[in-house]
Ligand binder design. Structure first.
Ligand SMILES: [Zn+2]
Length: 246
């Protein structure tokens, strides 16, 4: 039985019993962990405000004899309120949290992916970046960091350098001759942007320029790639898309 401290961000919260919450905290040196915040679901609780989605802070956790840790205290560093107060940005942060959860699983330490997620949420909160740009860059960067980096050099079928299609299942580019069922056409601008995102320094994942049309196309490609590679349909993505239309 011990108390541990860790910096992290709450990426999911669910109600638990009478007025409690289970928090999924993406923490430094620990990965995604679950802990119970007792009483956090009660409206008058002092911990209710801090035990919310996207609260980034220092968590004091207690590991008792039970399976789950409990949250003793949260010292909030940043609540990312500009995201929490904007339902469109919030829906994206929620979807990005879900794909991160699915990619990494629980209790797998990955401080690189933690920093990527924090960078994405920070950009949504404080930088004048388009929501769609943050989405596509994070989707592809997460895939690259999580072991699903697509092959964007030569055709994955024959080795030709003339890549004109992207195959979601093989996770790579194809030439005109190598036809595949689940492949889409990609032009040079799309390919260059994808190469930039997968290859750039993590902190610079948004430092590329693209017009709206290119961002839309990139979004369609990276979003499908995430769904096919993780073999999962994300309800939070559907919700984000309803926000997009409203
Ligand atoms: Zn080929």
């Amino acid at each position: 039985m011990a108390t541990v401290s860790a910096k992290g961000i709450i990426i999911r919260q669910t109600s638990y019993g009478e007025g409690h919450r289970i928090l999924s905290i993406f923490a430094e040196n620990m990965g995604i962990i679950k802990a119970v915040a007792y009483g956090a679901g009660k409206s008058r609780s002092s911990s209710a405000a801090s035990s919310q989605f996207l609260c980034y802070g220092s968590f004091e956790l207690y590991q008792g004899s039970g399976r789950l840790m409990s949250v003793n205290r949260i010292n909030t560093i940043d609540g990312f309120y500009p995201v929490c107060e904007d339902i469109y940005k919030l829906s994206l942060a929620s979807y990005l949290a879900d794909i991160t959860y699915e990619t990494l699983g629980e209790n797998n330490c990955d401080d690189r992916i933690l920093r990527l997620y924090l960078n994405a949420v920070y950009a949504l909160a404080y930088r004048n970046e388009s929501v769609k740009k943050v989405k596509t860059a994070y989707e592809l960067k997460l895939m690259a960091a999580g072991g699903y980096c697509p092959s964007l050099g030569e055709c994955v079928g024959c080795g030709s350098e003339n890549a004109v299609k992207f195959d979601f299942e093989k996770g790579g580019v194809l030439c005109a001759e190598c036809g595949e069922r689940r492949a889409v056409r990609i032009n040079g601008a799309v390919l260059n942007a994808m190469r930039y995102i997968t290859g750039c320094d993590d902190k610079k994942m948004l430092a590329f320029s693209a017009n709206d049309e290119l961002i839309d196309y990139l979004n369609a490609v990276t979003e499908t790639y995430v769904g096919v590679q993780l073999d999962k349909h994300f309800k939070s993505l559907d919700y984000y898309k309803t926000m997009l239309l409203s």
